[in-house]
Ligand binder design. Sequence first.
Ligand SMILES: Cc1cc2nc3c(=O)[nH]c(=O)nc-3n(C[C@H](O)[C@H](O)[C@H](O)COP(=O)(O)OP(=O)(O)OC[C@H]3O[C@@H](n4cnc5c(N)ncnc54)[C@H](O)[C@@H]3O)c2cc1C
Length: 367
Amino acid sequence: MTDATTTDVLVLGSGIAGCGAALAAAREGASVLVATKAQQPADASTDWAQGGIATTRDDPESLKRDILAAGDGEADPEAVDALVGDAAAAVEDVLVDTLGVPFDGEEGFDYAREAAHSAARILHVDAATGHHILGPFLRHLDAHENIDMLEDAAALDLITDEGAVTGALLDRNPRTGDRAETGVPVFAGSTVLATGGIGDLYRRSTNPRGSTGDGVAMAALAGADVTDAEYVQFHPTAYDDADPFLVSEAVRGEGALLRNADGERFMPDYHEDAELAPRDVVARAVAAERDATGEVRLDVSPLAFAEEFPGLAEACADRGVDWETGIPVAPCEHFLCGGVAVDTVGRTSLDRLFAVGECARTGVHGA
Ligand SMILES: Cc1cc2nc3c(=O)[nH]c(=O)nc-3n(C[C@H](O)[C@H](O)[C@H](O)COP(=O)(O)OP(=O)(O)OC[C@H]3O[C@@H](n4cnc5c(N)ncnc54)[C@H](O)[C@@H]3O)c2cc1C
């Protein structure tokens, strides 16, 4: 049990990035406090992630090439090297051995294909992969003797001392649970921002409510470098509604086709990889065809949609969408590629402040 107002490591956020950072620190023997705004697991994008996790399989070089191409030449090769170098071991150690995530596949993994990937290399659990990772991860951390979890506790501001970050102000007291409008200080040897994306700043986003870029804002206010914030990824196939839901890229990976209001398939005119071109290319094409013809639908007739994507078929049914006539789709804010600038081990420009996950600008995503 940690003394909750001082801790070795304070992690802000409980998506996959915060959970991963907490686990790594606890394994090194540090006392860890995870303080999260989430009231339930579904308050993190991680819980909503659908299609799955890209792995290197046996070919890290080909994943590296694909990442650099999808980032439009703006990604940092050194950061991509760190990702492809560590990916397989991290998946094996944390997701398979530690958490026992039940990835699909009878003998070995069933690798799926997604856009911008030249090979089938996506590990998944149905099309609800994030949900099957985050629940076990939170339970694992809950049971860890070095880790305390504090839910429904937003960080309001970082505490600084002579240019170093020494903790954060939370809106709830870790000891008593009491609310405090001006914030309760928690002092930490290291503070890790893991607060996710910025979707809630947009009219339409795939992200859960509460994705308001808090970590990026707190870091900027404390004087940390924030870069590439203009690189925001728009997902091409979100249900065309004021309250959208994501139709995973994996559906196009399995053969679904994009058609305009005239019923014409248009992606081959835009890119040689057609529906499996990088997301920015497909999103721009969908927007252009919507402007020109009024509507774009995702034609799922080439696949056994209800069998292969039962969760999405259910989401369509819940919203009264007859997927047999195609799902109306439009681009929608999805992922922040920039954010708090970090090096390949998550260090920000401020001493003792780290950033991980979507709030971090690692250099992997490029444009
Ligand atoms: C619908 C959807 C589908 C996706 N599908 C895929 C996919 O198939 N494959 C893939 O690789 N990626 C996918 N993504 C992207 C991926 O889910 C995210 O990039 C990833 O989950 C981000 O993890 P994170 O831990 O950085 O942030 P999140 O999972 O969003 O977690 C952020 C955490 O920070 C907390 N928080 C926020 N502000 C504060 C604060 N002030 N104080 C304390 N805590 C705070 C939140 O409550 C939350 O717990 C998808 C995203 C969405 C929305």
